[in-house]
Design a protein around this ligand. Sequence first.
Ligand code: ZN
Ligand code: ZN
Length: 410
Amino acid sequence: MTAGRVLLLVLDGISDRPCSELGGRTPLEAAETPVLDRLAREGICGIMDPIGPGIRPGSDTAHLSILGYPPDRYYTGRGPLEAEGCGIHMEPGMIGFRANFATLDREGRVADRRAGRIHGTAPLCDAIEKEVRLKHGISFRFRPGAGHRAALALKGADLGPRVSSNDPKTEGLQPPEIKPLTREAKDRRTAEACNDFLRQAGAILADHPLNRSRKEEGLPPANTILLRGAGEMGRFEPFADRFHMQGSVIAAATLITGIGRAIGLESVPVPGITGSADTNLGGKVKAALAELGKKEFVLLNIKGADEAGHDGLPVQKREFISRVDTALEPLLSLEDTLVVACGDHSTPCSIRDHSADPVPLVIRGEGVRVDRVTRFSETACAEGGLHRIPGSALLPILLDLVNRARKYGA
Ligand code: ZN
Ligand code: ZN
């Protein structure tokens, strides 16, 4: 017997280094994790270099790698993936940007890079999509993301991705013009289109009723847009063609839903998911179980531990991991399914960023050679039967376990 389906649970940034606040343990070691531990006891464990030993992954490149899309071939920057995650259908060649709504003061300097953490910006995006007109036959989409975030996508002949950002990064400075980073005409065309877009959008925002009422309430208006992360959308072979499984993605981060959509996974919305510690964990797990009734592959990303790592808060990270574990309980009764749990990278509280330390991994389900590991942690999994694998090996191993791998040779 082999399992027919795969649930890939990515616990974003879950792994760490020893923390003095936790008596030299990692937050994962210090957390109460009976569910993950049972998966480890009933499964085969190992550690994984998401991209390769010593390579510090971003969440985007790590996810591409463990989904079987080598980032050196497929990664063209964060912008196009964010745009896809904001619901824009990105065709190959389109140029995508991450965007922030921000506040300019009377002198045109950035007073708040997040416009008072504004949310509910769809009316602003709609007005901009309706009224802005770009030259040279260039069309665009501009859609909201979570909170103050949004994404811009440009479509037109001969547009290049190598342009600068207008985000001054610190408050009190004027946003610079966007400039081409090469002498190529196509990059110049993109920079011109961006500056034209920003001028027109600024005029629409200045006068928008939503901003007028924010000013009346004493809130910072979202009167400008900061663009960054420019990239050209690449061509992704659909996941279903590559791995012979239909799939879905469930994630709060638009970057991850964007990666999923780019490779042809269906993005499943879950109400109340935030990408932070207050996210609707139960709702995400329930949605994943429902998808497994319809598809052979589900990617479920849970983000909060990464955030605690970036904030350098080991105790909060430990507590979030314990809460995640409780929410995972329904996974234990899944049948005919490989349950795979891993990180996408480590986010050590001590460095407040991603590190190249390998991540723990467990595969539990029909057919796996159960090893002696009884705990899901960075050090316990290192003694498991999978030993240490690169992220690029994960999908081939899973395909073999669900009996969908093609034989190499006679
Ligand atoms: Zn991540
Ligand atoms: Zn991170």
